[in-house]
Design a protein around this ligand. Sequence first.
Ligand code: FES
Length: 165
Amino acid sequence: MVADPADRPCRLVVCRGCCCGTKKKVPGVDHKAQLARLSGLEDHEGRSVPVRVSKCLDICFKANVVVVQPSSKGRASGGRPVWLGDFARDELVDELDDWIFEGGPGIAPLPAALEEHVTSKDAKKPKKAKKQKKAKKEKKGGAAEKAAKKERKARKKAEKKAGRK
Ligand code: FES
């Protein structure tokens, strides 16, 4: 039976790439179990929520990343894909489960617990301000030192020249 495209359930894109789903980047999480749970979600009509596993979605610093696509009804009501980052704790899967059960994007309000995880495909990696400032300072110091060395060398040269005369 072909599903009616005008009545599709919510769908998930779960990132499992170089960072998402890895113990190195997101330690202390059973990533396989998380994916299994996400793959078993159903909406209030008993439809299973299709899951597509994706390779890197280009915001690795937000690992694990999950994208919630609205259902057909949700999209018709203005719902748009919601990108969730730092999606690691089990409670977040519970919240997502509840949200999708209630209708997901465009139908049910985003649970507060998920709000702080909302991100986007255009999210910018935060700059490491302290490191950059330190590097700049060191660079400046290096340049000043170079200039002082050059000056000393020039002075010595001048003194040598003066001594010969
Ligand atoms: S591995 Fe998930 S965003 Fe890169």
